[in-house]
Ligand binder design. Sequence first.
Ligand code: UD1
Length: 352
Amino acid sequence: MKILSVVGARPQFVKLAPMAEQIAAAGHEHVIVHTGQHYDAKMSDVFFDDLRIPAPDELLEVGSASHGVQTGRMLELLDPVLERHAPEVVLVYGDTNSTLAGALSAVKMHIRVAHLEAGLRSFNRAMPEEHNRVLVDHASDLLLAPTAVAMSHLANEGLSDRARLVGDVMTDVCIRVAASVQNNPIDLPVHVEHGGYVLATIHRAENTDDPQRLQAILAGLAALPIPVVLTAHPRLLAKAKALGLTVESGNIMVIEPLPYPAMVSAVANSAGVVTDSGGLQKEAYLLGVPCTTVRTETEWVETIAEGWNVLDPHAESLADLAIRPIAVAGPRLAYGDGHAAAAAVAEIGALH
Ligand code: UD1
């Protein structure tokens, strides 16, 4: 079977890694299309290198723009690519504008679509990602869901017959990389004590684009009693500058985005994680680190239910939450045992 993957943003490269490996292992042909939504080397190339992902077959180089323009550029460029490669299945990942463009292009050309990480819902319609998820799930022929909760969301929307529970492929990668860095921690570019810092990321539009919210989050982080290593997404720095806010103040130490193995190592050795990222909430859970999520809701509700993650929607309680002790014991198995990609590829193969 010929499978064409459309990726473009950092978390999609992480998901692509185990999928590319399993697609090759199953003997399918795999074409990789990179839309260029994320284009900085630290947001893109290092992931392909570190996670040993084959180089993309097609680079669309769409770059940054408003949602409509960015998605529109992708649509225009994807048509001839899909025509040229004529895949049997287009595989899209997660909830970004690249996911929406890939799915829309394929359905318009009557090519079957498989959506990896289907069924996640925040029920927050102010998030661009929520619209992308819902639209892509309804357009797709195969819905590869990471959790039972995601399956239940799909059932509520009448999509059960297309849905399959396969587990979470980011867990596959995290487990593998965590094992390799466990005894060889990767140094951070700033000096901090092992276990003596908070690791923070902030990039979601609802946080970076609202001056009051962004100011409250930065003030909360700056006032924490231990160093806060903030790996800065380009959106955060650009928006803070435009709003006249200083990112590096108090205990905040700003560093550039980390490659994936360094990020896993940094999380594993931290005292706590503060984030608005989806993937990082799960990584903190898998690595047994308390996470505080600066959002009004999360799609990864299992991390909350099991006591590893708490929401601090207005960043008011970071002082109490960021390095709280965790009294939870027991295995953390909500996202599978690290074999989700193999299950997902088997389901895609069964579409034949
Ligand atoms: C996107 C996804 C989000 C995902 C996130 C992971 C959508 C709607 N959102 O958000 O779901 O969690 O990626 O990071 O698709 N920029 C650079 N260099 C880059 C990439 C971006 O400088 O390599 C800057 C640009 O100024 C751009 C801004 O970051 O305007 C935001 O990029 P964008 O593609 O809009 O999405 P993200 O915020 O990264």
